[in-house]
Write a protein that binds this ligand. Sequence first.
Ligand code: SAM
Ligand code: SF4
Length: 329
Amino acid sequence: MAKQLEDRFRRRFYYLRLSVTDVCNFKCTYCLPDGYQPSGRKNSSFLSLPEIERVVRAFVECGTSKVRITGGEPSLRKDFTDIIHTVASTPGVEKVAVTTNGYRMANHVERWLQAGLTHINVSVDSLDPRMFHQITGQNRFNDVMAGIERALEIGGCQVKVNAVLMKGLNGQELPQFLHWVKDRPVQLRFIELMQTGEMDELFSQHHIAGTDIRAQLLRNGWVPKVRERTDGPAQVFVHPDYCGSVGLIMPYEKGFCQDCNRLRVSALGKLHLCLFGEQGVELRDLMQQDDQQDQLIERISRALDNKAETHFLHDGNTGITPHLASIGG
Ligand code: SAM
Ligand code: SF4
């Protein structure tokens, strides 16, 4: 194995979040309220399968064992199953995850699992079909839920459900969500609304602090669980009466960046050291041939010298990230 990826703050990186497209068919109020706006590029400019294979191999050679495929909406790629297969067949990859809006899951999840998918995160912002429609701009609640039930029925993979709770919208739905995981082996993940570059009043109108949700959980008998090395950023809570669990992602909490173990590669082949605040480091020119692997690893590892200690979101710094679909949330 080449040297481990480590930054100046002795953080090690085991987890790659790989975006495979910026395109999305949903219009989530906090992400792409006006829908995906093509930038004049052709979709073919997103990373190709051989490029994906090379960049994943480079990361794995430096200790990465978990890869999350994300976007935009990754399942919109026609070769999505091949992407899963390519990532899953890279020796050293132990966990292959996807984050999806679930739109194509009911019909396709079986082949995704056969291709090697081990973890699925599905975004479901409301258990009320009308509110779901209002937040996502798509009247697809039943399709998404059918996809989740199908994945659970087939089994063999871990299913998590992402929700962004927002004041005045789905903010009162915590009890319904908890009830929903009472008998389902699903982890609910509440992601605190993050302010991005293109957001105007949405944040001030709808933001709910993750600490408020945590206080409600603790009051109701939920207890914190210990973290594993490749775990994402969530604080996980369990309850003896519930089959499912709850994860809280609280990017505004002090110390959130301390345990950072993940790096991002955008659909255009740029390395992003953080979800917020930098231009990205070009990697694509070194994903073109197998004999460039050493140079690719060297560039990734050098870039880490510039990884900042924290994202400074607390200071209102949204960096240059216009929305999370642009570099893979
Ligand atoms: N389209 C896929 C989906 O929605 O699951 C994958 C990409 S999406 C950018 C990944 C996750 O980021 C979703 O769970 C979404 O809810 C979350 N997200 C997007 N914008 C956000 C924001 N401003 N604050 C908090 N979470 C956000
Ligand atoms: Fe699309 Fe996901 Fe963004 Fe919603 S959160 S608009 S589904 S990329």
